[in-house]
Design a protein around this ligand. Structure first.
Ligand SMILES: NC(=O)c1ccc[n+]([C@@H]2O[C@H](COP(=O)([O-])OP(=O)(O)OC[C@H]3O[C@@H](n4cnc5c(N)ncnc54)[C@H](O)[C@@H]3O)[C@@H](O)[C@H]2O)c1
Ligand SMILES: [Zn+2]
Length: 362
């Protein structure tokens, strides 16, 4: 299956399917033969689990550069190390980078590719469910001690190869994390699809075939929005649904101590409460999603470990906050997003309500 992504300056394809690494090589033989170096950037976990599959199916000579696992690779140090490696290996503008990993490896590699010799081609090979989102759309970044994803660029990959083979080794916590972004894609695009999730009883109950259909749908939602607004001037802000409060939770708990998706799942609950007030989402939907989050064992207790004051401080620092005004992506109806300026008092009320629900569940 192929999903095209057309932005103003480039068009590329997302290829999805199981065991498609070999056909990827066949399709790109000419490009890879022309390249003076092919460098695979991946993390130690992914490489430990998938080196064998990669070597069996990847038909070209390559250099490998390992970075620390997960979020810890999105640092200035890792960025510097990759650049040093590329220089030592005499890479040039005719070299190609392959980002083999989750969103963290993808974000780092994309940013390196955007700046090495003022920009060299890179290909995303996502290995997590969450990366169905992060690998598409060209947002690349590393973290600064003062804020996550603060240093980065919009830089599109040449192709996204989503080989579902890699997903087999994901631990349940990462399935849960990635699923939150899938649910987000459903909530901002399709009421029928959103309601399907409400029937879900547990993470283990997800059928593989079902998941693959969801991932395809999620990528289509993301691709459509990126085509309309690559640089986040308008429509792309809808993808931040659940992220204003979610990012604040993530920052308060500490990056790496809570998965991105878990924070987003939490953040979608107040966003739905606000959508019941500012939109026409039927009363009770926020509570339905709260219960879904409980059933799927998202750790909502994280909220109780942060004070609202902490969350408020982070929300005010959010890249989307301008002049102290909180710009929330909300839903008019399920599937129909819009942007609303929301006061901190209103967010506090939702936060109070959420804490009450969580305490009632304990
Ligand atoms: N660029 C974007 O548009 C965008 C969108 C959403 C999130 N992000 C970023 O993505 C990052 C999160 O991505 P993520 O959730 O994929 O996490 P991740 O890249 O941190 O990976 C999570 C963990 O899973 C491991 N892992 C990866 N693939 C595996 C596999 N197939 N089997 C077993 N383990 C595997 C990794 O080693 C890591 O320990 C965050 O840094 C976030 O800011 C970016
Ligand atoms: Zn996200």
């Amino acid at each position: 299956m192929i999903i095209p992504v057309r932005t103003k300056d480039s068009t590329y394809e997302v290829h999805l399917g199981e065991n498609i690494l070999q056909s990827f090589c066949e399709r790109n033989t000419e490009e890879f033969d022309k390249a003076d170096q092919i460098v695979v950037i991946t993390d130690e976990n992914v490489w430990g689990l998938h080196q064998h599959y990669f070597d069996k199916n990847f038909a070209f000579d390559y250099k490998i550069h390992l970075v620390p696992n997960g979020e810890s690779c999105k640092t200035f140090d890792s960025y510097f190390d990759v650049q040093t490696f590329l220089l030592q290996e005499n890479c040039s503008r005719n070299s190609i980078l392959l980002a083999l990993g989750g969103g963290a490896v993808g974000d780092l590699t994309g940013f390196v590719a955007s700046t090495f010799m003022r920009g060299i081609p890179f290909i995303q090979i996502p290995t997590t469910i969450l990366a169905h989102d992060s690998a598409v759309g060209g947002k690349t970044a590393i973290n600064h001690p003062n804020g996550k994803n603060m240093i980065g660029a919009f830089y599109q990959p040449k192709e996204v190869l989503y080989d579902f083979h890699f997903l087999q080794t994901l631990p349940k916590s990462e399935v849960r994390s990635g699923l939150a972004e899938v649910i987000k894609h459903a909530l901002i695009s399709d009421v029928k699809w959103s309601n399907e999730f409400l029937q879900l009883e547990s993470i283990d109950a997800i059928q593989k075939e079902e998941l693959l259909i969801w991932l395809e749908k999620g990528i289509r939602v993301k691709a459509n929005i990126v085509e309309l607004d690559e640089k986040e001037k308008s429509y792309r802000k809808y993808l931040n649904f659940g992220h204003t409060y979610g990012h604040a939770i993530e920052a308060s708990i500490g990056y790496g101590k809570i998965t991105h998706g878990e924070a987003v799942m939490i953040g979608m609950i107040p966003a739905l409460m606000l959508s019941e007030i500012h939109g026409e989402v039927k009363s009770g939907y926020a509570h339905d999603i709260f219960q879904l989050a409980n059933k799927l064992e998202y750790n909502l207790q994280h909220v109780l470990n942060c004070t609202f004051e902490q969350l408020a401080t982070f929300m005010l620092k959010d890249k989307k906050t301008t002049n102290g005004e909180l710009h929330f992506a909300l839903l008019k109806h399920i599937g129909d997003p819009f942007i609303q300026v929301v006061s901190m008092d209103e967010v506090k009320k939702c936060d109070d309500q959420l804490r009450k629900w969580i305490k009632e569940e304990i």
